[in-house]
Design a binder for this molecule. Structure first.
Ligand SMILES: Cc1ncc(C[n+]2csc(CCOP(=O)(O)OP(=O)(O)O)c2C)c(N)n1
Ligand SMILES: [Mg+2]
Length: 323
């Protein structure tokens, strides 16, 4: 009997792999100095972005943070638009004037990302309010990190979303760090983020962010509860970034975290786990290799496109004229 191949698992793998390979390519070309914007990579954290992106529909809204390439691509954001944006070209998703931290693709509901930690949270809640007022069958998704929990605006926005029962899904990627500071020195000992949020009145879930299929199932269940009018949900997923906070390098040598911790997380790699799972599901090595080749071709094309594109018009890009 032919094995039933789980198409969802394959799609999750394709999304996660595309995010991983795109960011590996960015990292390997970064020193060419053609991408001149600060760049926060999600390598190691792809599972959540792939799963949430797949569980959302194109009509659903999403807003994100400084670390947003993965969220943008997971939601279906245009790859050429992303790479051109990093190159500062006019074909970039923000016209080449935003850079890595200001991504946007309205054609798939990715409303925007911003560099100010916590800044996009009230925007996502406002989008939720607009959905409720217009009685639309959509949700608004807010990606945030564990560091954004320390911003006052998080509490105001969450409180409002709870009181108004807004169709908002908060996705908190807990990678345990805010730049070089671990959670231990930033938040009270023993206090779990999701438990604290539950006390504020949202429905909460907590899970392994590197179990992509598990994240997908949790997000789907959550969205269906939100669409019944039950109010916002807050999902916290544990995960880990492999590289430095900002930039393409590794920085475990500078002392804020240990090589052992990094290796422990690497052993739980979300992309490799998906690859293992699809092979268990019946995909051959050859089929997996061809997915990788196709993905690399798409990425190479996007870089060629970006390099060939023009920079934005100087006059137009100078919004303020200094005399
Ligand atoms: C309001 C504000 N404060 C500080 C910063 C500097 N900053 C940029 S990213 C970052 C870390 C945020 O950590 P987290 O939310 O956990 O996201 P992660 O980088 O781990 O993905 C900080 C403090 C900022 N951009 N905005
Ligand atoms: Mg963090």
């Amino acid at each position: 009997m032919e094995m039933q191949v789980n198409q969802t698992l394959i799609s999750l793998y394709k999304y996660a792999l595309k995010i991983r390979m795109t960011e590996e390519e960015i990292a390997s070309r970064y020193s060419e100095n053609k991408m001149r914007c600060p760049t926060h990579l999600s390598i190691g954290q792809e599972g959540v972005a792939a799963a949430v992106g797949m569980a959302l529909t194109k009509k659903d809204f999403a807003v994100s943070t400084h670390r947003s390439h993965a969220h943008y691509l997971g939601k279906g954001g245009d790859l050429k638009g992303l790479i051109s944006e990093l190159y500062g070209k006019e074909t970039g998703c923000s016209g080449g004037m935003g850079g890595s931290m200001h991504l946007c693709d309205l054609s798939c509901g990715f409303v925007g990302s911003t560099a100010i930690v916590g800044n996009s949270i009230p925007i996502g809640v406002g989008l939720g309010l607009s959905i409720q007022l217009k009685k639309l069958d959509q949700v608004s998704c807010i990606f945030l990190g564990d560091g954004a929990i320390e911003e006052g605006v998080f509490y105001e926005s969450l409180n409002f979303a709870v009181v108004r029962k807004l169709p908002v899904i908060f996705i908190c990627e807990n990678n345990m760090y805010s730049v070089y500071s671990s959670l231990r020195v930033r938040q009270p000992k023993g206090r779990k983020i999701f438990e604290m949020v539950e006390a504020i009145g949202a429905n909460v879930l907590h899970g392994d962010g590197n179990d992509t299929y598990g994240v997908y199932e949790k997000v789907q269940e959550s969205i269906s509860r939100i669409k019944k009018g039950n109010g916002p949900e807050f999902l916290e997923f544990d995960t880990y970034r492999y590289r430095e906070h900002c930039g393409p390098n590794f920085d475990n040598n500078i002392g804020y975290r240990t090589e052992e911790e990094y290796l422990e997380w690497k052993a739980k790699d979300p992309v490799l786990r998906l690859e293992y799972e699809i092979k268990q599901n019946g995909l051959s090595d050859l089929e997996v290799d061809s997915i990788k080749k196709e993905t690399q071709t798409e990425i190479n094309d996007a870089f060629v496109f970006a390099e060939k594109s023009e920079f934005p018009d100087y006059e137009e890009s100078c919004l303020v004229e200094y005399k």
